[in-house]
Design a protein around this ligand. Sequence first.
Ligand code: PLP
Length: 396
Amino acid sequence: MTNREIIEATDRTQVGVYARYPVAFVRGRGARLWDADGREYLDFFTGLAVNNLGHGHPRVLGAIRAQSEKLLHASNVYYNEPAARLGELLTCYSFAERIFFCNSGAEANEAAIKLARKHGAERQGGRYEILTTFNSFHGRTIATISATGQEKYQSGFQPLLPGFRYVPFGDVAALSQAVRKETVGILVEPIQGEGGVVIPPPGYLRDVRRLCDDHGLLLILDEVQVGMGRTGTLFAHEQDGIRPDVVTLAKALGGGVPIGAMLTTETLAAVLGAGAHGSTFGGNPLACAAGVAVVETLLGDGVLENCRVLGRRMLERLERLCGELPMARDARGRGLILGLELDRPGRPFVAAALERGLVVNCTADRVIRLLPPLTISAAEADEGLEILESVLRAGA
Ligand SMILES: Cc1ncc(COP(=O)(O)O)c(C=O)c1O
């Protein structure tokens, strides 16, 4: 099918919840994508922070191929080896002692919310409330839009799930004031991704950890977007030197195969006994085999180091651009999640960049968000920034 045929068939048959750009990708290798008409693109989006190792990584493909020939699915009524191995890896390289596998970020956060509520109900005299932040994003289910502190995701879906209250991001005093006897935990992103690549002040997560300790609250970190190496360490919170109680993951964990995970401690996990929660596809052998390959590759091969080095290089160039282009207000980021805030909507520039062969994204209306593969080369990083810069200059 051509681009046009794919677009027409999609628009005729699918619920129109996505404001799509008029391109259908059919193939990818490393940081490159090709559309159905054979046109090549440089990918600074990675399917929204999913393909952290680039497209078609041989180790991920090999693991998927090998697993697909053995077993695709058998149910959580039984045990499976890839899930066992991925569980071992994730517990070995994180604070966690226990993992619950699911299929998406929203589901990972649902699991975290249920864990917090059951912990509150059974061990904390009925505490249930979770504090989250304005401008956050935690998913599209009813519970996770209720946790998300942005009206645009909630509008039309009321009544929302009770038990969430929002405070400004990055403000530990506001969090402290908001804590009350019903509060069981705090759910926060280490960096707000959808919210516009918003980085909290230094020490924020450490202060939130202290606040949680003082009040006996659970610290739940949503690392769905910034986990799996995106900020230059396997988990973003490692850079804050803290131990969370719960971390949620999805996106890049499966290298392109849908998977989600909730990581927690032995003690907390004990509140979710047999029958308390579950998912048909959670811990699916194919997704977990891909996950094992992803984690092993991220931890070897210099991927995280490349992410840190290239992240600094790209951020410096974006900062220079801010000095030169009046429309560019701010450049920020950590590792290879980067944001360039404009003084106007970014969507026309994203469309123009696509025309020029660069896949990039805009979030929070005015923030150009760059999420290249962590394996990107310096030449590719420069090439993409060159295109972005010329598109912005043309529009200035
Ligand atoms: C921080 C964060 N949490 C949760 C989600 C939801 O993940 P999913 O779309 O896999 O449900 C996202 C998705 O962008 C996210 O960025």
